[in-house]
Design a binder for this molecule. Sequence first.
Ligand code: FES
Length: 234
Amino acid sequence: MAEVEQATVSVRVARSDAGAETTFEVERFEPMTVLDLLLAIQREQDLSIAFRFSCRVGMCGTCTVRVDGRAALACTTPVERDVRDVRLEPMAGLPVVRDLIVDMAPFWDEWARVTPYLVPRAGLDEPAVIEPDSEERRRIDPSLDCITCGACYSSCGVSASGRDFLGPAALTRAMVLVADSRDAARDERLRAVGQSDGVDRCRYIYGCSAVCPKGLDPAGAIRALRRWRLGGGP
Ligand code: FES
């Protein structure tokens, strides 16, 4: 069936102020993203609507919202020509600051707990590089480009329900560093991810992997980490 182009889009926005207007009719243009919708609302209808963004090109990870229930980057999520209604909500499982803006502190607390930076081995030669065509590089690359947008956190039933869990982003970061031969904190990290709130709490629903805007596979990284922790190596 031919797609029917809509002249306007009806945007339902979750607001934190009780009684605030929640539905806006936005004139559409091509091409249009969810962030374009929000900017049009702010420019033409309601200056007070609150949302977060910075780079507008899918790199900074600040604009994550739920679009019709699914966590996504507002700046790279298109509003297709035939779309008539869009529902926008803040990320799940994080305290709402205002409207679509959440407090990322719980996410960053988890991130900090896996020692999310390289701890150089003593005597590491400079510059220490991982060869592009090495097995080590092949293990690390699929998990490397996390932009800490929190989409995986929002889509993880365990994280979003507030249960103690290191969460898909922090565990993916841990996997990258555990696999890095230049790092001296592997044992410490494997201990951290082996706690009761670590890899064993993942239920492998793969919601995190389904929504990652960078195409990473957090559930796969958690699987690899679990294998590693049980002595199976990389
Ligand atoms: S504004 Fe930077 S990722 Fe969307």
